[in-house]
Each structure stands twice: as C-alpha cells, then as structure tokens.
Design a protein around this ligand. Structure first.
Ligand code: ADP
Length: 527
C-alpha cells in the first residue's frame, strides 16, 4: 500500500460498542480497531441512534452540520465525532484507541435534523412498539449514506478507501462515483462493498430513486437501479463498487450459485464474479476471551479449562436447572429469524427430549419463534430455558457455561458464535453452510481430528443426529478434552482478516489508478 497511512471511511449501520443488533456490529467494531492498530487512519460513519451506548472514557467533539441534497430539496444533518480512549502504550491525550502505530480511530455520528428524526428513535431497525421495521427505512439509510459522504467532502482531506457495508450503505459507492465524483476528497478514492448478509437487500418502491438524485429515465428493466420493478440498495452497491467482498469464502461461492442463497441477486454476483472475494471475519479476541471475560464468574483458559465447570454451575443455577441428573447444557444465542434454523428445533421437539440434554436459548426477534420457545420452556421447564431479549452478559455466560453450542442455520454468511464457542471450549454443532462450514471441522473418532459436529442437509433428523454424536463425544472425558483443546487453540483474531482487507484495498486502488473506476455510464453499459 502507499507510504502514508491509508485513510479509510467505513460506512455501516452498526458498530460495537456503540450500536449492535447482530454480527455486523461486532465485525465493524473489531475490524476498525484492528485497522487503526496497524497504522490506518480509520473513520466509521454511524447513525446517531437514540440508543447509542457511549462507554466511559470516549470523548465527544462537535463537528459542523450541513444540508444534504435530498430529491429536489435538502435535509439538515448534524455531526459529532467520537473517539475511544487511548490504549495502554498509545500516545498521550487519546489516540483514538490505536496504540503506538500512528493509526487512529474515530466515529462520525450522523444525525438527521429534519422533522422526522430518522435516528432519534427507540430502535435501530425495528420499531419495538409495532414489532416491525420502520416504514421509512429506505430514506433513513439513504440519508445516512449521503450525509456521511457530504461531511467527508466538506472536510476536504483526501480519502483512499470508502468501505460500504450491507444495504444500509448500498448507495455509498454510487454517490461517490456520481454526485460527489468531482469532490477533491474523493479524487483518488477506491470503493469497496462488503456483503454481510444477502438476505437483507433494502428493496423499495421506485420513487426513492428521486431522493437519490436520479431521474425516472434511469429506471428501466434490468438497469442498475431496477430490480423486479423496484429499487434495490444492495444491487446498487454491488454494481458501483470497485471491488466486492463477503464474509467467508464458502458464502462467496454459495451466493453466486442461486437457489436458496442468491435471493435474486445471483445474476449480478455472477456478472461481478471476478471482483468478489470471501474474507472470513475474525472475532474480537479481547472481548471474547474466557481468561478475561468480565461477564464470566470465573476465568479459564486452555491451560486451565477446569474454571469452565464453575461457569457452567452458575449458568445452570441461573436457568433453574437441577444439579442432578447433571445433563449436558446445549446453548444457542441468536436473532429469532427464519435464517437461523429455529424451525428445525420446532420439528425436532420430541427427539430433543429423548437426548438427556438441556437447552438454553437466548434470542430476540420474530413473535412466532418467541412463542415457540416460550411454549417449549413452559411445557418442559427442566429441559428448555428460553430468555427473550438482547442480553450481552447472558450471551457470554452461555458461551462460557454450555457444553455444546447449536447453530442449525439455513444459511450463514460467516457466523460469530461458533467461533466464540470454539474459543470457549464449547463444542459447536453446526450445519455445513457458509462460514460455519469454513470454521468448524467435523469430528472424526478414528483420526481424533475435528473441532465440532457438522451436518449437511437442512433436516431436523440430521441436526438431531449431529447433536447425538456431539453428546456422545462430550460424555467421554478424553475425547471431550481433545475436542476442546483443538478448538481453543485456533486463531480467529482479526489479523488475518485485516490482511485480506489490506490486499483488497490495494487492488481496488490499483484499479482506480489504472483508470478503471466505474462511472454511471460504464455501469449502465456493462449491464
Ligand atoms: P447475525 O449477524 O446473523 O445475527 P452472527 O453469529 O454473525 O449472526 O452474530 C450474532 C452476534 O449477535 C453475536 O455476537 C451474538 O452473541 C449476538 N447476539 C445475537 N442475539 C443476541 C441476544 N439476544 N443477546 C445478546 N447477544 C446476541
């Protein structure tokens, strides 16, 4: 990469520790921190949600607001800069958490000051009062994308990389190559778009194209702004970015194959196949470390796994399960959505009860799955424990205290919990899809290899069979110790992922320097 530090802007709708609804938040928080550590100058643009959790030690700095072009008019935006505290060994006076590398990290909060206050609301995506997403989602995140770029353009400092994440930031590459292309800040910029979950695309009625500043003449079948008669934010991102990535190598292949994985965008992805890479997510190995996890009643690690037994006892007690018989605990922490395989649990109810195991599930999401899990707990209080809602502490306790961890996903772009489980010596039972297949290897009794239990087809019987194998292995102390040891010694830190992104950025910049950056005309012509 270049001699001077790379200046990069992530545009994302979540970032830990400030705002998190799922894995995206973890990924942005950890990736940005790792990039700052390795010397990049990193800004993360994030909506100024009402629920933002700004930890102690972070500093807040005012930043001038501006009007954001919006259809035929403008909408007012306010901004604020947040900086994390200096890390031990970092420069005096706050270095944005980057340490001594010369890099820095800051967050650009984007506030909507128009009458409808896009972000000053109770939920991030969903209106808790109605249990569904806010009806003006198209406007909320298009405004966010445009306003973030507008702030950077006004600041005027050259940006090397614009890294847009998921459909909420889908318009970022397009705006940078069209309305804002003449801005000095973006003169040499390369754009990268990362798919964290193709199942959510941001699909809207065509009138939103006017808000984006494009005329109706650009809305025609199979054009860049059209998707089955509607506008698709994800598709716009996929077409205008210099390079694309997704969060595991296997998912990169799956989403091009169509079927259940492509969600109608497989054609676009095949069209850009040569520009799409799979870069496996890492995990935040400071927050998710059983040796220093502040949520665990007892620390433990690979050399002293016996501490896990105390965490396990605390978890069992919290769930109200008896100490005798001391059956294995199987955990799940998940958003309650179709993707996560909860219908397999529903179908397998009778078989699960035959397993001599207890199930602990933490999750928030669709009412039908909440009802299912509540019903299981009421019917079988000694076998199922369900906690509704989002509970960071309990998520850590489940990872630390359970014996097995179940992830029967229909599809899984990367998945984080199986990696947390491996690190916590909790044996993962997963379906062979996406990042689950890339991170968990199936146990082989003969060879004594493998880190978990993997099943292939999306079928309840296969899931139960994998669970049964997992429980049998767990009941044999030597086998269990081997599985735990192999899992706990894997390295899922962000270093390898950040290397992958550095290569992606370097290649994207090389393309731009070679004059190959997309324009509105080139994108239209290529379709
Ligand atoms: P996804 O991004 O599809 O939700 P991931 O496995 O990539 O799935 O990441 C999910 C993240 O969100 C994990 O860190 C998990 O612990 C966390 N999480 C999900 N649901 C809850 C919940 N109800 N309470 C606490 N943490 C949760």
């Amino acid at each position: 990469m270049s001699e001077r530090p790379t200046t990069l802007l992530h545009v994302a709708s979540e970032m830990t520790p400030l705002a998190k609804a799922g894995g995206l938040g973890d990924v942005i928080g950890a990736l940005a921190a790792e990039q700052a550590r390795r010397g990049h100058r990193v800004t993360v643009a994030l909506p100024a949600y009402r629920s933002l959790a700004v930890p102690e030690g972070w500093t807040r700095h005012p930043h001038p607001g501006c009007d954001v072009p919006w259809g035929l008019g403008v909408e007012p935006a306010g901004f604020e800069i947040l900086r994390p505290p200096a890390r031990p060994g970092g420069r005096e006076g706050g270095d944005g958490g980057a340490g001594a590398s010369g890099g820095s990290l800051e967050v650009l909060l984007v506030e909507h000051r128009g009458a409808r206050r896009f972000f000053d609301r109770e939920g991030i995506y969903d209106d808790p009062a109605r249990g569904q997403s806010y009806p003006d989602g198209a406007e909320r995140f298009m405004f966010f994308a445009r306003a973030a770029l507008q702030a950077l353009a006004r600041r005027g400092e050259p940006i090397d990389i614009l890294h847009a994440h998921d459909h909420q930031a889908g318009w970022v590459p397009c705006f940078a190559r069209t309305h804002l292309a003449a801005e000095p800040a973006f003169a040499g910029v390369a754009t990268v778009f990362t798919i964290h979950n193709l199942g959510y695309q941001g699909i809207h009625d065509p009138w939103v194209l006017g808000l984006a500043g494009f005329g109706r003449e650009l809305f025609y079948p199979a054009g860049p702004f059209e998707f089955f008669g509607r506008v698709n934010d994800m598709k716009v991102g996929l077409l205008f970015a210099d390079l694309l990535s997704t969060v595991s190598p296997r998912y990169a292949r799956e989403i091009q194959s169509g079927g259940e994985f492509g969600f109608g965008l497989e054609g676009v992805l095949q069209h850009r196949s040569a520009d799409l890479r799979g870069i496996l997510n890492g995990i935040d190995d400071e927050t998710w470390d059983p040796a220093r996890d502040r949520f665990l009643p007892h620390p433990y690690d690979r050399a002293h796994p016996e501490g896990k037994l105390k965490v396990r006892a605390a978890l069992r007690e919290e769930c109200g399960f008896p100490a005798s018989p001391d059956w294995p605990l199987v955990g799940t922490v998940t958003r309650l959505v179709e993707q996560k395989g909860l219908d397999l649990i529903e179908q397998a109810e009778a078989d699960l009860l035959r397993l001599d195991a207890r199930f602990i599930i933490l999750g928030a999401g669709q009412p039908r799955f909440q009802e299912l899990l509540t019903r299981l707990m009421i019917r079988h209080p000694q076998r199922f424990y369900y906690r509704a809602g989002f509970d960071e502490r309990f998520a850590h306790l489940i990872e630390g205290g359970c014996d097995l961890f179940l992830m029967p996903s229909r599809y899984e772009p990367c998945g984080l919990n199986q990696m947390y489980s491996l690190r916590y010596g909790t044996l993962p039972v997963v379906r062979a899809t996406g990042g689950l297949a890339d991170t968990v290897s199936d146990f082989d009794l003969e060879a004594r290899t493998g880190t978990g239990f993997v099943f292939q087809r999306y079928e309840a019987a296969e899931m139960v069979a994998a669970l049964r194998r997992g429980l049998t292995a767990w009941r044999q102390p030597a086998v269990r110790a081997g599985l735990m040891e192999r899992g706990m010694s894997l390295d899922f830190s962000w270093r390898a992922s950040a290397d992958g992104y550095d290569r992606l950025y370097a290649d994207a910049l090389a393309r731009v320097r070679a004059g190959a950056a997309p324009t509105l005309d080139s994108v239209r012509a290529a379709m």
